[in-house]
Design a protein around this ligand. Structure first.
Ligand code: MEV
Length: 434
């Protein structure tokens, strides 16, 4: 007999079915305590919960990841992601890669009397400055990170300014603290070399030296094999490529296309305790790098008639430091992913983004997004209307049957259901049970 599907199990039984240990399950149940939260931010008054689910079927560079943890409040994302990963798995899964984890720190220099002289003096000192950061200065010396290079840019302004970029290999950390410290430490030296004054000294969130990419192949015949499909494989593949080209050509569509990608990316970034605002800022700035905002992931029909997908985006994520360490569930998420480096984490996240994008545009190009969304959305509306326990499924089913998923309707159905249940003679009525 085959093992039951995860979604057919009750929520409390799923972690054990995935093989998590007793200790890991206890961590899951305990979540983030008020005390732990109090150490993370200021003025804590509570802990805000979000669903933590897992996407399945991921194979990344030949390694199977049975459960990819995702924190997200939006229905359908995890199911869609798992479906796409399953299709990709039929062609060997995802291939992914990444650059070295290089971040950029910026130091703004103003009132510089002679830009050319300042630039020449700073660049002439590059090796000495790097040595100072990496070896001599105790606040920036690190066994895990390394200043790699210095670049000088000129901005016309107004006011005209020099901007010094310090390139940092951040190892397994996201690196914001490290890079900010280095910028602040270096600033007086740069002011002196340029005969100017410094203003901002901060990391850049356009982390375009810290990229991850992923590719996969999806067989068109598998798409056509869906029960609800009436289209031939070639036409489905063509529709998906057309959807991709729409996003590549139009920023209005690209923003939505990329939002779908970030549904997957952010969910893993959050689950692993990483800074999703940084990842969002980088992704969208990178999408606009040519001067026109475009798609982060693209799809093409190959010679065999199958779909080839590719995604590339900056992914400044770490597996050490910050909330990755402070949040007990982030530690658990990293264990579940089995990643041994920040780069490996970024590569898995790129795969999730590509899977999510595929699932979204497949649904849009075939049955439309609403059908899949409807059942889960209906449950959320039912709960918001006050349904609990078995009522949720009953109200949701009625909403879907009526194709009218609205709060007022959910309230009315719930009222009818309860009136019915409590009516004399109704079998679940407390009156008749006693
Ligand atoms: C919804 O959260 C995401 C989508 O709009 C993405 C897309 O349109 O590609 C479905």
């Amino acid at each position: 007999m085959s093992a039951p599907r995860l979604r057919d199990l009750p929520a409390h039984a799923r972690a054990a079915a995935l093989g998590l240990s007793e200790a890991q399950i206890a961590t899951l149940r305990a979540g983030l305590s008020l005390e732990q939260a109090d150490h993370m931010i200021e003025n804590v008054i509570g802990v805000f919960g979000l669903p933590l689910g897992v996407a399945q079927h991921f194979i990344v560079n030949g390694r199977s990841i049975p459960a990819v943890p995702m924190v997200i409040e939006e229905a359908s994302v995890i199911a869609a992601c798992s479906y796409a990963a399953k299709l990709a798995a039929a062609s060997g899964g995802f291939r992914a890669g990444s650059t070295e984890p290089v971040m950029i720190g910026q130091v703004q220099l103003l009132d510089v009397p002679d830009f050319d002289t300042a630039r020449a003096r700073i660049l002439a000192e590059e090796q000495a400055l790097l040595h100072w950061l990496n070896v001599e200065n105790t606040s920036t010396r690190s066994r895990h990170a390394r200043a790699l290079g210095i670049e000088v840019r000129t901005l016309e302004g107004p006011p005209p300014m020099l901007v010094v970029h310090v390139l940092y290999d951040c190892g397994d950390a996201m690196g914001a603290n490290l890079v900010n410290t280095a910028c602040e430490a270096l600033a007086p030296k740069l002011a002196q070399l340029s005969n100017g004054r410094t203003n901002l000294r901060i990391l850049s969130n356009l982390s375009d030296r810290r990229l991850a990419w992923a590719t996969c192949t999806i067989r068109a015949d598998l798409l056509a094999a869906r029960e609800d499909n009436t289209l031939p494989p070639a036409l489905i593949a063509q529709h998906i490529e057309e959807a991709s080209r729409f996003a590549e050509a139009d920023p209005y569509r690209a923003a939505t296309h990329n939002k779908g990608i970030m549904n997957g990316v952010d969910a893993v970034v959050i689950a692993t305790g990483n800074d999703w605002r940084a990842v969002e800022a980088a992704a969208h700035a990178y999408a606009a790098r040519s001067g026109r905002y475009t798609a982060l992931a693209t799809w093409r029909v190959n010679a065999a008639g199958d779909l080839e997908g590719r995604i590339e985006l900056p992914l400044a994520v770490g597996i050490v430091g910050g909330a990755t360490r402070a949040h007990p569930l982030a530690q658990l998420a990293l264990q579940m992913l089995g990643v041994r480096s920040a780069r490996e984490l970024a590569e898995v996240i790129a795969c999730v983004g590509l899977a999510q994008n595929f699932a979204a545009i497949r649904a849009l190009a075939m049955e439309g997004i609403q059908q899949g969304h409807m059942a889960l959305h209906a449950r959320q509306v039912a709960m918001s209307a006050g349904a609990s326990g078995e009522e949720i499924e009953r109200v949701a089913a009625q909403l879907v049957a009526e194709r009218n998923i609205r709060m007022e309707r959910a309230r009315a159905i719930l009222e009818m259901l309860r009136a019915d249940t409590h009516a004399p003679g109704a079998h679940t009525s407390p009156a008749t049970e006693t």
